[in-house]
Design a protein. Structure first.
Length: 337
């Protein structure tokens, strides 16, 4: 029997291996992943149509556009991946993430609502509307799941996507009625092209959200064991779910207001990490963050080079790759059964 360390989690004692490779962070594979993401970041900084070396204002353009865009890629990738990981723990479903629960569509509806109330809203107002609506929509989704008896895990994302389609249709209708279709189309594009200095700084709040998720990781992992287990161990399951949903909504709202819709990112990365490392949120969080950064950065580099000098929206590449991986995960679960 291996030695074990006893760690207190919300008043309960849970045994864990004292020397476990899964709990070690700076392993050779993790260091290689960090190096790979760093290289992708450097490639992102030097990729673009504008000649930053041959123009007189090249240095200024480098810090106005390239650096903010690369930073936004990293922060957005981490935010959406972490949101998907937390949401999968709360719902106990591998096929759940902000774009398969309607959360991102609710955030879009919040943006439309803000544009209706304030003709020229600031970025803070857009973020606030997206955060409030995404939180309300996610809670509605959770309440709906509690009232419906599910016989298959596939029903959960199907319900979420149906709910998201309804909310998206409402947003489109409101946009057509009030002549706001341009705002909706920009949001659905999910592109990093408009990112520049002065328009992305709020994404740094994602670092704060990640810190709080890391602090709250044990309780969120406990919630992933189910309401009965969490309650028997002395945890307040409903409070954990509400706080976890609040953190998810905050991250998704910021990304929706600044960048737009990025589908399937929160589905791909957490499933790959959990497949090899299990479901411990605290030990998986760095991996999910790093792989999320790398995935979004790679997709953005491809979006800038496929039809250069034009760009393909990152959401198009993520949606294409993510939909294929989504089908593979479904088939894999079916094969295991």
């Amino acid at each position: 029997m291996p030695k074990s360390a006893i760690r207190k989690v919300t008043g309960a004692e849970i045994s864990q291996p004292l020397h476990s490779d899964r709990n070690r962070l700076w392993t050779a594979s993790f260091i290689l992943a960090v190096i790979a993401v760093f290289i992708l970041g450097v490639i992102s900084l030097v990729t673009g149509v504008y000649d930053i070396q041959g123009q007189a204002d090249g240095k200024d353009m480098f810090f106005i556009t390239r650096v903010p865009r690369t930073a936004a890629l990293m922060l957005t990738g981490a935010a959406m991946s972490i949101s998907g990981l937390v949401m999968q723990l709360i719902t106990q479903n591998r096929l759940v993430e902000p774009t398969t629960t309607g959360t991102i569509e609710w955030a879009g509806l919040g943006l439309i609502f803000v544009y209706l109330v304030f003709p020229a809203p600031s970025l803070v107002l857009r973020m606030t509307g997206a955060i409030v609506f995404s939180f309300a929509g996610t809670m509605i989704f959770f309440l709906f799941l509690r009232r419906v008896k599910l016989r298959s895990s596939l029903i959960v994302p199907i319900i979420g996507m149906m709910l998201g389609a309804v909310i998206s249709a409402v947003s489109t209708f409101v946009g057509l009625v009030f002549q706001m279709t341009q705002n909706i189309e920009t949001w659905f594009a999910g592109s990093f092209a408009p990112v520049q200095a002065g328009r992305y700084e709020y994404l740094w709040l994602i670092v704060v959200i990640t810190f709080f998720i890391f602090i709250y990781a044990d309780r969120l992992t406990l919630a992933g064991l189910g309401e009965d287990v969490a309650t028997s161990l002395g945890a307040n399951y409903n409070k954990i779910v509400i706080r976890g949903t609040g953190l998810i909504s905050f991250a998704v709202g910021i990304v929706a207001a600044v960048i737009g819709n990025l589908p399937f990112l929160g589905l791909i990365i957490p499933n790959i990490v959990s497949m090899y490392r299990g479901d411990d949120l605290r030990s998986n969080l760095p991996w999910v963050s790093v792989l999320g950064m790398g995935t979004v950065t790679l997709c953005d580099i491809l979006s800038r080079t496929i039809i250069m000098p034009f760009e393909v929206p990152v959401s198009l590449i993520l949606g294409s790759v993510g939909s294929v991986i989504f089908i593979v995960i479904i088939l894999r679960q079916r094969k295991q059964r």
